[in-house]
Design a protein around this ligand. Structure first.
Ligand code: 5RP
Length: 216
C-alpha cells in the first residue's frame, strides 16, 4: 500500500498570501491545492502561478465544478492543473465533459463527495472514467459539531474497496491521521491546520511523520 500524499489547501483570498504559505510548505509536501476560495478570489491565473513556481509539486484546482464541465476543467488544465475537482451532484454529463478535458490534457478529475450521494452513483462515475474521489467533511458541518470517527472510516474503506482512489479532507488534525490506518488513502488534504500553524514547515513534517508511522 502506497503512503498517502500530503496536500495543502490554499483557501486564501490573495495570491500573495497563498505564496507566503507555499514558500515555506512546498518543499515539505506533495500536492498544492489552489483552493476554492483562492480560485474565486484571485481567478484562474492563480493556478498558472502555482504551476510555474512549483514544477515539482502536483497542482490541484479545487473548482468544485457543477456545470460547464468541459470549459471549466479545460480552463484549469490549460493553466497547468494536474487534478481538478467536480461536485458529486453535478450531472453525469458535466462529469463526462470534464473527463474529456482531462483525457485531452493527460490529467485527472476528482469527485468531491459532499452531502447526498450513493455507492451506485460512484459505480456510474467509474463508467465515465473517474478514478478519484475526495471524501469531504465540510468546514461548516465540522463547525456545527461534526467530527471524524468510525462511520467515516467505513465509508472511505468501502470507496477504496470499490477501486476508487480516495483522498480525505475537512479540518484534519494530526490526531485524525491514525484513524485511517490500513486504508489506502491517496491524499490527506489539510488547509487551516497547516497554513495557520505557528511553524508550518514543522507542522507539515509532523503530518508526514504520522503518515510514515502508519503506512510504512
Ligand atoms: C473547503 C475545502 C478545503 O480546502 C478543505 O476542506 C481543507 O480545508 P481545512 O483543512 O481548512 O478544513 O475544500 O471546501
Amino acid at each position: 500500500m502506497n503512503a498517502p500524499l500530503l496536500q495543502v489547501a490554499l483557501d486564501n483570498f490573495t495570491v500573495a498570501e497563498a505564496l507566503e504559505s507555499t514558500r515555506i510548505l512546498a518543499p515539505e509536501l506533495d500536492v498544492i491545492e489552489v483552493g476554492t476560495l483562492l480560485c474565486l478570489a484571485a481567478g484562474a491565473e492563480s493556478i498558472k502561478t502555482m504551476r510555474t513556481l512549483y514544477p515539482e509539486n502536483l497542482i490541484v484546482a479545487d473548482l468544485k465544478i457543477v456545470d460547464a464541465g468541459g470549459e471549466l476543467a479545460g480552463m484549469a488544465f490549460e493553466r497547468g492543473a494536474d487534478w481538478v475537482t467536480v461536485m458529486c451532484n453535478a450531472a453525469n454529463a458535466t462529469k463526462a465533459k470534464a473527463v474529456e478535458a482531462a483525457v485531452k490534457f493527460g490529467k485527472e478529475m476528482q469527485v468531491e463527495l459532499f452531502g447526498n450521494w450513493t455507492f451506485e452513483q460512484v459505480e456510474s462515475w467509474k463508467e465515465i472514467g473517474l478514478k478519484q474521489v475526495i471524501y469531504h467533511q465540510s468546514r461548516d458541518a465540522l463547525n456545527s459539531g461534526g467530527s471524524w470517527g468510525e462511520a467515516n472510516m467505513k465509508v472511505v474503506k468501502q470507496l477504496a474497496d470499490m477501486g476508487m482512489e480516495v483522498s480525505v479532507t475537512g479540518g484534519l488534525t494530526v490526531d485524525v491521521i491514525k484513524l485511517f490506518k490500513g486504508i489506502p488513502v491517496k491524499c490527506f488534504i489539510v488547509g487551516r491546520n497547516l497554513r495557520d500553524a505557528a511553524d508550518p514547515a514543522k507542522e507539515a513534517r509532523i503530518y508526514k511523520a504520522e503518515i510514515a508511522k502508519y503506512w510504512s
